[in-house]
Design a protein around this ligand. Structure first.
Ligand code: NAD
Ligand code: DAU
Length: 353
């Protein structure tokens, strides 16, 4: 079958990537979706068992830093487009091991950009390189204000600095070579399939197991939460309709301080697990703050709403309840991804806290 587009989605075995791959495979049978993932600790092909037999889906195990492998991949599939999500994505890990973040997020993105530039050298028309990034590149807000697309970059952690570097590289390839690029910067995602080192899935598991809930600092830091399928929808829209060489902010318009969010989570879990009210909240334990912990992220996503008609669809309490249900019904998934290297990391991260 001749496909109208042959799209490489990097990081498709991860949390957000798996939702993007599923959406594109199911919505666009005339596109071939090539999931390129190195299957690090965070990549899990179990996330995609429902689409793995589809004729328009392929998986290729490949490190995005492997330039020879990328070149062959682009030749083999005659890749028309890239949606780039592969990254080291956890801030705490970036504090423990910053160089792994420079390698994948900076060197890997440069390798991918250069491979696309060389593969498409005969004409960029009809091609697109879409880079998926984070609101953390803008730094940290105080009590007031929002990040817009014009907010100057001010990354504060090795993770956000590596993502900011990758954004700069993408823009530089767009500016210097005319590579057709587009970037989006999104706020905190939540939903099924998130690796249980991030706040919500970690705390859901700990509540089930009656383990301490390690709240960094005073729990006053603020995040803007977006349901992962709303992010996947925004990526679909920006890929198809976003203006080239532009940036779009994506956010949930849904700010919560960590402690308020954790209290809501505890109350909802008490109901679902038929525990007495206040039971889970007793697990809350204040621990040493994250080094350099950004205080607040809040996104102004009016450009995306006005230009492309997107808006977040999930009401938060509803999305959170569905997310909890997913983790409670998929305890086997949680147990499997928590085995192996994750256990070592968990000990290193929380020892002495
Ligand atoms: P994740 O950690 O769940 O998944 C990352 C995926 O990338 C994994 O499947 C992993 O195996 C793969 N990967 C890592 N290094 C690789 C390499 N060198 N080569 C090939 N594959 C590699 O991440 P996520 O939370 O799904 O985030 C996906 C993207 O979205 C990232 O670029 C992240 O910066 C961005 N983002 C995430 C959030 C969020 O809240 N999770 C918000 C905004 C933006
Ligand atoms: O804003 C987008 C970013 O959101 C993405 O770019 C990152 O990939 C993603 O990991 C996320 O970063 P955060 O650092 O905000 O997410 P995390 O789930 O690690 O933490 C959310 C908040 O909860 C943060 O303020 C730190 C706090 N926290 C986290 C953990 C894991 C705790 O208090 N205790 C914990 O054990």
């Amino acid at each position: 079958m001749g496909f109208t587009k042959r799209i490489v989605v990097t990081g498709g075995a991860g949390f957000i990537g798996s939702h993007v791959v599923r959406r594109l495979v199911n919505r666009f049978p005339d596109y071939q979706i090539i999931n390129v993932d190195a299957l690090t600790y965070a990549g899990n092909l179990e996330n995609l068992t429902d689409v793995e037999g589809k004729p328009n889906y392929r998986f290729e195990k490949l490190d995005i830093c492997d330039m020879e492998g990328l070149k062959q991949l682009f030749q083999q599939y005659e890749v028309s487009d890239v949606i780039h999500l592969a990254a080291e994505s956890h801030v705490d890990r970036s504090i423990l091991d910053p160089l792994a973040f420079i390698q994948t997020n900076v060197v890997g993105t440069a390798a991918l950009l250069n491979t696309a530039r060389e593969a498409w050298i005969d004409g960029f028309e009809g091609h697109r390189f879409y880079h998926v990034s984070t609101d953390e590149v803008y730094g940290s807000l105080g009590d007031e204000g929002f990040f817009t697309e014009e907010t100057p970059y001010d990354p504060k952690s090795p993770y956000s600095a590596s993502k900011a570097s990758s954004d700069h590289l993408v823009r530089a390839f767009g500016h210097t070579y005319g590579l057709p690029v587009v970037i989006s910067n999104c706020s905190n995602n939540y939903g099924p399939n998130q690796f249980p080192e991030k706040l919500l899935p970690l705390f859901i598991s700990n509540i089930v197991e009656r383990k301490a809930l390690p709240v960094y600092g005073k729990g006053e830091n603020v995040r803007d939460w977006l349901y992962v399928e709303d992010h996947a929808e925004a990526i679909d829209l920006i890929f198809h309709q976003g203006r080239l060489q532009e940036t779009y902010n994506i956010g949930g318009e849904n700010e919560w301080s960590n402690i308020d969010l954790i209290q809501l989570l505890c109350a909802t879990m008490d109901e679902k697990l038929e525990r007495s009210a206040g039971d889970s909240a007793q697990l809350i334990t204040y621990v040493t703050d994250r080094a350099g912990h950004d205080f607040r992220y809040a996104i102004d996503c009016s450009k995306l709403k006005d230009e492309l008609g997107w808006s977040p669809s999930r009401q938060f309490e509803q999305g959170l309840a569905e997310t909890i249900d997913w983790y409670l019904s998929n305890q086997e998934w949680v147990n499997r991804v928590r085995s192996g290297s994750y256990q070592d990391y968990y000990e290193q991260q929380y020892a002495g806290r």
